[in-house]
Design a protein around this ligand. Structure first.
Ligand SMILES: Cc1ncc(C[n+]2csc(CCOP(=O)(O)OP(=O)(O)O)c2C)c(N)n1
Ligand SMILES: [Mg+2]
Length: 345
C-alpha cells in the first residue's frame, strides 16, 4: 500500500542526493516539524484548561479546535521551497501549514487565544487565520481552499509572475465539487496551482472508503489531464521530492499538479472527539511511522546529526513555542469597542 519501507543505507543516500536536500535542509525540516508538534501539543494543553467537564464555550481558548498532530511532514515537505510571495490557502486544520509557511508563531498563538496581538486581532480564531505578509490564509469552510488558491494562481499568471499558489484540502474536502471544478480550470488554463490532498482517512468520523467512488483522489486529477502523484505523507523527503517538481513545473508556466499525501492524525478530528470510528490498533500502526521519528532516524543513519544536535534543535523549538504561548497568554483581549471594525457587519 502506502507507507514505503525504510530504505537501505545505499538507497537512502541515493534518495537524499536525488532530492537535492543538503544536511542543513534536513535539519531545518526537522526543526520545523518539531516546532509544529510542540506548538500543537501546547495549544492542546491550554485548550483543555478550564474545560472540565468538557465544554467548548469555556476555558482560555474557546470554540472548536482541530489539530494536525501526525501531519507535520505534508506541510513541511510541500512548503519547503515555497516563498513568502507565493500563496498558500489552508483548511480548518491549518496550524501545520501556517508554521511551515513561516507565519509568526507568537501572532499565530495570540490569534488562537482571541487576543488583540493576533494575526487578525483576535477576530479570526484558529480556523480563520490570515497573514498578508506571508500570503497565508485558511477557512473553516470545507472545500473552499481549492477555488481560493485557483484565484491566486490565475492572478499570478495574469500578471506574468512566476509565483505559485498551493491549496491544501482533506480527502473529505476533495469530494466537494470545488475540487473538480478547480482541477478543470487550472488544467485548461495551465495555472500555477498545486493541490495537496492530505488523506488522513477520515472526514470527521466518515471513512473515505464509504464515500468515494475511486480508491484515490489522484485518479480524479488524471482525468483532468493534471499530473497527479501519490506520496507517503509520513515521509517528509518523499513529499518534498514531489512538491519540488510540482513547484518548478508551475513556476515555469506548465500548469497545475495534484499531490495526494497519505497521512494520519494521531488525535481526534476535533478536541472532544470520542473517536469511536477507529481502533487503538490503527492509531498504533500509524504511530509506528511517525514522520518526526522517521526523519530523526534517517538523520542519525546518515551521520547528519548525533543525539545531542537533535536534542539542541528540540530545545530551541520548545523555547520558541513556550515564548509564543506566553506572549499569547499575556496579550490583552481586543477592546469591545473594536468588535465591528475590520469585519463584515
Ligand atoms: C462546507 C462545509 N461542510 C461541512 C463542514 C463541517 N466539517 C468540518 S471539518 C469536516 C470534515 C473534513 O474532512 P477532511 O476534508 O478529510 O479534512 P480533515 O478534517 O480530515 O483534515 C466537516 C464535514 C464545514 N466546515 N464546511
Ligand atoms: Mg480527512
Amino acid at each position: 500500500m502506502i507507507i514505503k519501507p525504510e530504505p537501505s543505507p545505499k538507497d537512502l543516500s541515493y534518495i537524499i542526493e536525488n532530492s537535492g536536500l543538503k544536511q542543513s535542509d534536513l535539519l531545518n525540516m526537522y526543526k520545523k516539524m518539531v516546532t509544529i508538534r510542540y506548538f500543537e501539543e501546547s495549544i492542546r494543553k491550554v485548550y483543555h484548561d478550564g474545560k472540565n467537564p468538557f465544554n467548548m464555550a469555556s476555558g482560555i481558548i474557546r470554540g472548536e479546535m482541530h489539530l494536525s498532530i501526525g501531519q507535520e511532514a505534508t506541510a513541511v515537505g510541500t512548503l519547503y521551497d515555497i516563498k513568502d510571495e507565493d500563496v498558500v490557502v489552508s483548511t480548518h486544520r491549518p496550524h501545520n501549514h501556517a508554521i511551515a509557511k513561516g507565519v509568526d508563531i507568537n501572532r499565530l498563538a495570540a490569534e488562537i487565544f482571541g487576543k488583540a496581538t493576533g494575526l487578525c486581532e483576535g477576530k479570526g480564531g484558529h480556523m480563520h487565520l490570515f497573514d498578508k505578509s506571508k500570503n497565508f490564509s485558511c477557512s473553516g469552510i470545507v472545500g473552499a481552499s481549492f477555488p481560493q488558491a485557483l484565484g491566486a494562481a490565475f492572478s499570478f499568471k495574469y500578471q506574468g509572475k512566476d509565483n505559485v499558489a498551493v491549496a491544501f484540502g482533506g480527502e473529505g474536502a476533495a469530494n466537494h465539487g470545488t475540487f473538480t471544478e478547480t482541477l478543470n480550470i487550472a488544467s485548461a488554463w495551465e495555472l500555477p496551482l498545486i493541490i495537496v490532498i492530505e488523506d488522513n482517512k477520515y472526514a470527521d468520523s466518515t471513512p473515505k472508503s464509504l464515500v468515494m467512488s475511486t480508491t484515490f483522489h489522484y485518479q480524479r486529477g488524471l482525468a483532468y489531464n493534471v499530473p497527479s502523484y501519490l506520496v507517503d505523507g509520513m515521509d517528509v523527503i518523499d513529499v518534498y521530492s514531489t512538491a519540488k517538481k510540482a513547484i518548478e513545473r508551475a513556476r515555469k508556466g506548465y500548469g497545475p499538479t495534484l499531490i495526494e499525501a497519505l497521512t494520519y492524525r494521531y488525535i481526534g478530528h476535533f478536541e472532544g472527539d470520542s473517536e469511536e470510528y477507529r481502533t487503538k490498533e490503527e492509531v498504533e500502526f500509524w504511530s509506528s511511522v511517525d514522520p518526526i521519528r522517521r526523519l530523526e532516524n534517517r538523520l542519525l543513519r546518515l551521520n547528519f546529526a548525533d543525539a545531542d544536535v537533535l536534542a539542541k534543535l528540540r530545545e530551541e523549538a520548545r523555547k520558541e513555542v513556550g515564548n509564543a504561548i506566553e506572549f499569547a497568554l499575556k496579550s490583552p483581549y481586543p477592546d469591545p469597542s473594536e468588535a465591528l471594525r475590520g469585519v463584515f457587519a
